[in-house]
Design a binder for this molecule. Structure first.
Ligand SMILES: [Zn+2]
Length: 113
């Protein structure tokens, strides 16, 4: 669910090295140090937010995620994460309901704190 926004600027909070070209294939991580790349994103409505792109397996309760197609200003709080026997995740979001049977490798846009 790596939604792309109108504009995205990439940087690394952890090093001054070359971050390379962040993309799904390298896990949206810095090529120099492996940290999650910081993404300053702006959506079609001109709203901006600092996000990072993480797999569902790294989400924790209390994170805020931006759903595909939603404004960047609408971060949905993760209320509960339940792993199913097959490893898939049910992820409950405030004001949204539960995303069922998500692949742990699916990417989410998470607000950075
Ligand atoms: Zn780095």
């Amino acid at each position: 669910m790596a939604s792309d926004f109108d504009n995205e600027e990439y940087s690394c909070r952890s090093c001054d090295g070359d971050i390379g070209t962040p993309k799904r294939q390298n896990g949206w991580r810095c090529a120099s140090c492996g940290a999650h790349v910081l993404i300053l994103a702006t959506d079609s409505g001109g709203r901006s937010a600092s996000i990072e792109r993480v797999p569902a397996s790294e989400l924790v309760v209390g994170d805020h995620v931006v759903m595909h197609g939603a404004p960047l200003s609408e971060g949905r709080e993760v209320l509960r994460i339940a792993a199913k026997p097959n490893g898939d995740l049910n992820i409950s979001l405030r004001g949204y309901g539960t995303l069922k049977n998500k692949d742990p490798a699916d990417y989410f846009n998470r607000w950075t704190s």
